[in-house]
Design a protein around this ligand. Structure first.
Ligand code: SF4
Length: 499
């Protein structure tokens, strides 16, 4: 039975993504009724449109079965996100910016916008069922003393760390959840003697693993080659300064800068894809251009740009202002057009808003926007849009606590007592974080909230409310006038539990 106007003329049908069952009210209105079980794309004939139509209006649509009547504007579904936009070019921009599992539009001319990515696994991700990215903090032990360390790491391993068997069990759960990206982090993961055994186990059960070792004397050429041999998919090392003086000061150990460069070159030699992680704060913002230039000269797959969250050893005084965020966005956006590697941001969800705004501005200025195609060489793929703390993302601590992010110290349960899937799918905390309707402040009023939503970790760190507005976003949604939330004193900031 046709479930929307004109469905009886459809030539082909596609299964509807699960998330379509949670269409926003306007989208449901557009579909005239409950979300269907399948979506039919009308490809046989261009549907008739009422002359001088002023766009989407439920009252102007015919009832199902009374003949084809497509509105000018149908919802576009991008992963977990449903968007309403009348601008054809903007719809194309939305599609080209981030690889998505499926772009669906009932407008016939958009039927060719079915987006594919290098990693087929991310096509079908429903963030309510499984995360795109899971990070396991295998240990908090580390010989560095980074000024911004989320984990407030220390030299010795915690006696209650997950054991080897518990770690393998966790990896098995990651495998059964079919999580596309799994990262072993620390502290310094190399401090765990069973690290290679864990990586081999992951490879044997089909989990692709990335690793973020610390650049200490433990990270040798031999270790890099052993990691490659064990089945590591990607090595991620940190570069927080353009030169040894600033980077080593950041990391609290002299020689760390050179070790990072050595690790990159050893990984290149071993054929191991490399990711560079850079955390921007007030300490290194003045080196933005030099760091970008330095990264450009490395042979890497991905530059992951982190933005400080004042948790762990991260200080409120080092937090960038909203304008400084925009400054970094502008630089990495320009670089993304020419770089041979991909660029992603962490804890700066509003970079997605920035990109869309730039695309619109460029189009108005007659500039053809580069779509920054995916450049990854190791098939780990980009995250689907809309990813946020607890929404397609989770973090397991060294003692098994499950957090929405390593920067958001609210635990939803422990894998020693509950399966990971159950915690991710059913905990009230994760449920709230996946529901944009629960966002407050300007994020709750923002037209970008479905694809952005702001950093939940930073909102929590500065206000104590994980659903509060992003404190470091300069965008004011149209018609929004409420004042920003009060900033908590630095001594009341939360520190990651278990640190
Ligand atoms: S106001 Fe919030 S949702 Fe809107 S762009 Fe800024 S951070 Fe994102």
């Amino acid at each position: 039975m046709p479930q929307y106007p004109g469905a009886e003329r459809a030539e082909r049908s596609l299964p509807i993504p699960q998330q379509a069952s949670s269409l926003s009210q306007p989208s449901r209105l557009a579909l005239r009724g409950p979300a269907p079980n399948s979506i039919h794309l009308a490809t046989a004939r261009r549907p008739r449109r009422r002359r001088h139509s002023k766009g989407l209006s439920a009252s102007r649509m015919r009832r199902p079965g009374s003949g084809p009547r497509f509105p000018r504007q149908w919802p576009v579904i991008l992963g977990n996100t449903t968007l309403q936009t009348r601008d054809t070019q903007q719809r194309a921009d939305l599609a080209s910016h981030v690889p998505v599992e499926r772009l669906w539009s009932l407008r016939p001319r958009v039927k060719s916008l079915l987006i594919k990515t290098m990693n087929p696994q991310i096509h079908a991700i429903d963030f309510n069922q499984r995360p795109f990215l899971a990070i396991w903090e295998v240990t908090q032990a580390c010989d560095l003393a980074c000024v911004h360390c989320r984990a407030a790491a220390q030299p010795l391993r915690h006696p209650l760390e997950l054991t080897t068997d518990e770690g393998k069990n966790l990896i098995d759960q990651i495998a059964s959840l079919d999580v596309p990206v799994f990262v072993l982090t620390g502290g310094d993961p190399i401090k765990r003697p069973d690290l290679f055994e864990l990586i081999e186990h992951a490879r044997n059960v089909g989990v692709r693993v990335s690793l973020t070792p610390s650049a200490t004397p433990l990270l040798t050429r031999q270790i890099v080659f052993r990691l490659k041999q064990a089945g590591l998919a990607r090595l991620a090392v940190s570069l927080d300064g353009a030169c040894a003086r600033t980077h080593d000061a950041f990391r609290g150990m002299s020689g760390s800068f050179q070790r990072t460069l050595n690790a990159v070159s050893w990984a290149n030699e071993a054929g191991l894809p490399v990711q560079i992680n850079t955390t921007f704060s007030r300490r290194n913002l003045s080196e933005l251009d030099e760091i970008a230039a330095r990264v450009e000269n490395l042979r890497i797959t991905l530059w992951s740009v982190f933005f400080l969250v004042p948790t762990g050893r991260g200080k409120l005084d080092d937090l960038l202002s909203a304008d400084q965020f925009e400054q970094v966005f502008a630089r990495i956006y320009q670089l993304s057009k020419t770089a041979s590697f991909d660029i992603k941001t962490t804890e700066a969800q509003h970079y997605r808003r920035y990109i869309l705004q730039q695309r619109v501005a460029e189009r108005k200025a007659g500039i053809t926007a580069d779509s920054a195609p995916e450049k990854m060489a190791d098939s780990l793929g980009r995250a689907p849009r809309g990813l946020n703390d607890g929404k397609g993302f989770l973090f397991i601590s060294h003692t098994g606590e499950v957090y929405p992010s390593g920067f958001l110290p609210l635990t939803a349960g422990n894998i020693r007592h509950k399966p990971l899937a159950s915690i991710y799918r059913h905990s009230p905390l994760f449920h709230s974080l996946r529901d944009p309707a629960q966002l407050t402040g300007k994020c709750g009023h923002c037209e970008f909230k479905e694809i952005c939503g702001g950093s939940r970790a930073r909102a929590y760190a500065l206000t104590g409310d994980p659903m509060a507005e992003e404190p470091c976003c300069s965008y004011i949604p149209k018609g929004y006038v409420a004042p920003p939330p009060a900033i908590r004193a630095a001594d009341t900031l939360h520190v990651l539990q278990g640190a």
